[in-house]
Write a protein that binds this ligand. Structure first.
Ligand code: NAD
Length: 720
């Protein structure tokens, strides 16, 4: 065996130690799955062996699936030419191995010496005794659902049989990994132990449990807490959970629903019948595009971007020890906290010391909440806060290697900040703007060193949003890009690197949905239908709701700036036209101002403002919900293609990842470009042509889409 070494001690106990060569961590490779089967057969059939201990020779136990497995490649491409039987047999073989292990008649114990996730944890669940190392950072769990999948090697059957359905559901449906202590507390694992005692504990257990079996293989076993067929509370729980899921996911995510079905139907039958049900549902799930899309974008391509492929390799890495931030508002405070968390000393400057101190107080509040949730400790929070130094003096920037500005979105304010910062910064330092809309090249005109000027567009709330859009201005040097990316890396965020343009990539594409909503409203489409369509298509917030939350002031200010910058080249968008009318003619500026597209009642309820129909009368004939859903998503994908055609975006992979983790484009689509690929570029272009006839020429396919459609080629591939 290539991936497992087997040693047998004097008691006749085999230790099966997993070490997959040429891989930094153990994964469920095809070779390992074969070796595991063989190892189990040997243990089962050798009369001299009393039982076996599974463990890993690496620091993780097993991290999960093998991304280089051909099975994954087939799912990702959506092209699996094997027969249904062949696919079923392939998927079933690993589960059969685990079933053989737990019914072999010999005791199997697992010494979980590091994190065990996905299929790796399903192996543990099939062992009759589980002990885990008591070390920080070690996690176990079944995260499949977060990638559009479901556990398919017994997870949906063994977890409810161990814990009961009520405790199993959150684990399976949220996919959250548990610490060693939590896994023991909930009952998934028998005990924790120091690393050096793991094997010994397993050995002792095997010696005293020669006839061990799993609870579900003993006569008279019942699922703890009952099943839906014998316990009305469980039936009710499953029904309510299904309803809630359908409502919140609009049936766009079949993964959690499949998990619910597997748990419900499976627990009413024997474990073997349950495992069969699980495999059938998993196969169906894998055959749909959503799973491949989510895996490719959220896992494979995001991981690829997390390796910073666009960092210019020839620039030597310099340690980032001190940075300056101007503007201690929502964004400045968030960026300060993220930098200080990365161990960087932050000088936080605002117009006066009080404002700067308010920024630090914002960080203190957010950290206090983290300590309360046990996401951090008091000591860590204090150490982090001690690294943030509020000030109102630019001279405190004299030893900073980067300054990030997050002041008001106003060109003159930003220009003054650039000049004041550069007057004191070392000449080697770089200046980054967190502007969300002003072109970087135009801001760099206020700089003495435009080659050391760059855009670093963070998202709000900074501590939770994983994306940073890095914008190269015309003069931005490779060295500046490298230093900026090193800051992003230190903050453990995912970067996309784009070229300059109004709204860059993310604000521009995200804005496309609000524009589309406004254009539809002007064309007489029912606003309730528009809102319902956006949510139904999977957007986290509907466009008119969002406009009300953001308020008209900010977008009108941004538009005034664009108008001033562009002069005769300025074109008013439907989004701005509608907003201006609503805000200026009807005094409805948004939620904070008392009302916008919606009326808000003191009890928190709301309804669409009746006056909308007087300004934009609702047409007698309304389009189908499905076409409005398409308008909501396609408008964003088409804007992304235009950004690619114009060279603002360089790589569709960055567009996909950026859209999902940046502004919440629905994950099941895989992102703005994967949505097109899921239809097939030719089919998507034909649909756009149809929508253009129905809604207007803005849906006409741009050049880049036409070219792909003619070649029937895809925009995105998996960067393994
Ligand atoms: P904010 O109003 O919360 O904070 C701005 C801060 O800048 C205030 O504390 C203000 O006192 C300070 N300031 C203003 N003029 C200053 C000056 N001359 N010198 C020093 N400090 C000054 O604004 P925000 O939401 O944090 O946005 C800041 C920037 O980040 C804007 O460019 C905005 O477009 C961008 N941005 C915002 C978001 C968001 O969701 N809020 C997201 C991405 C980018």
């Amino acid at each position: 065996m290539d991936t497992i070494t087997c040693s047998i001690d004097d008691h006749g106990i085999a230790t099966l130690s997993i070490a997959i060569r040429d891989q930094p961590v153990n994964v469920l490779s095809a070779a390992f799955r074969c070796d595991l089967r063989e190892a189990i057969e040997r243990v089962a059939s050798d009369p001299a062996v009393r039982g076996a201990i599974l463990t890993s020779a690496k620091s993780t136990f097993i991290a999960g699936a093998d991304l280089k497995d051909p099975e994954f490649a087939r799912t990702l491409s959506g092209k699996d030419e094997r027969t249904l039987e062949a696919r079923l047999a392939h998927m079933r073989s690993f589960g059969d191995t685990l079933r053989r292990m737990e019914t072999s008649g010999k005791p199997f114990a697992v010494a979980i010496n590091g994190s065990a996730l996905g299929g790796g944890f399903e192996i543990c669940l099939a062992c009759q005794y589980r002990v885990i190392v008591d070390a920080p950072g070690v996690k176990v769990g079944l995260p499949e659902v977060t990638l559009g999948l479901m556990p398919a090697a017994g997870g949906t059957q063994r977890v409810p049989r161990l814990l009961g359905i009520a405790k199993a559901l959150p684990l399976l449906l949220q996919g959250k990994a548990l610490s060693a202590a939590d896994a023991v507390a909930v009952g998934l694992i028998d005990a924790t132990a120091p690393a050096e005692r793991l094997i010994e504990m397993c050995r002792d257990w095997i010696l005293s449990n020669p006839d061990a079996s799993q609870p579900w293989d003993r006569t008279g076993f019942t699922v703890p807490g009952g099943t839906s067929s014998d316990t009305p509370e469980v039936a009710e729980l499953l029904l309510v959970t299904t309803k809630n899921l359908e409502q919140t996911t609009h049936r766009n995510y079949p993964g959690p629903l499949a998990i619910l079905s597997a748990v419900d139907a499976g627990t009413q039958r024997s474990i073997d019948a349950g495992l069969d049900i699980e495999i059938g549902l998993a196969l169906d799930l894998w055959s749909r595009p959503g799973a491949g899309n989510m895996m490719r974008t959220l896992f494979i391509n995001k991981s690829w971007l997390d390796k910073f492929p666009k960092r210019p390799g020839h620039v030597t890495r310099q340690p980032l020890t001190r940075i300056g931030i101007v503007g201690a508002g929502v964004m400045g405070a968030g960026i300060a906290q993220a930098a200080a968390k990365a161990g960087i000393v932050v000088t936080l400057l605002d117009r006066d010391l009080e404002a700067a101190q308010r920024g630090k107080a914002t960080c203190a509040k957010s950290l206090a909440r983290a300590v309360e949730r046990q996401a951090s400790t008091r000591e860590k929070a204090d150490a982090l806060l001690a690294r943030i130094h509020p000030t109102d003096k630019y001279s405190d920037f004299s030893d900073c290697s980067i300054v990030v500005e997050a002041v008001f979105e106003n060109r003159d304010v930003k220009a003054a900040v650039i000049t004041a910062s550069e007057a004191v910064l070392p000449t080697t330092a770089i200046f980054a703007s967190n502007t969300s809309t002003l072109p970087i090249t135009s801001l760099a005109r206020h700089s003495e060193r435009p080659d050391r000027f760059i855009g670093l567009h963070f998202f709000s709330p900074v501590d939770r949003m994983p994306l940073v859009e890095v914008i190269r201005g015309e003069a931005t040097s490779d060295e500046t890009l490298a230093i900026a990316l090193d800051l992003v890396a230190a903050m453990r965020k995912t970067p996309i690197v784009v070229n300059d343009g109004r709204g860059f990539f993310t604000s521009r594409c995200f804005g496309a949905m609000s524009n589309e909503a406004a254009a539809l409203l002007e064309a007489g489409i029912d606003p309730a239908l528009i809102e319902q369509a956006a949510l139904g298509a999977g957007m986290p917030v509907a466009p008119l709701t969002l406009s009300d939350i953001m308020g008209a002031d900010l977008s009108l200010r941004v538009d005034d700036q664009a108008r001033a910058d562009l002069g005769s080249a300025y074109v008013e968008t439907p989004g701005i036209r509608v907003r201006r009318r609503l805000a200026l003619e009807h005094g409805r500026k948004g939620k904070a101002a008392g009302g916008g597209f919606y009326d808000y009642a003191p009890d928190g309820s709301r309804q669409l403002w009746a006056g909308l129909a007087e300004i934009w009368p609702v047409a007698a004939r309304q389009p189908a919900l499905d076409d409005v859903k398409k308008a909501m998503l396609f408008s964003q994908s088409l804007e992304a293609v235009r950004a690619l055609d114009e060279g603002v975006l360089e790589d569709p992979v960055e567009g996909d990842v950026g859209s999902v983790i940046g502004w919440g484009f629905p994950a099941y689509t895989g992102g703005v470009f994967s949505l097109i690929d899921t239809y097939g570029s030719a089919h998507f272009a034909a649909e756009c042509a149809r929508l253009a006839k129905m809604f207007g020429p803005r849906f006409a396919p741009p050049a880049g889409l036409v070219a792909k459609a003619q070649a029937n080629a895809a925009f995105v591939e998996a960067r393994l």
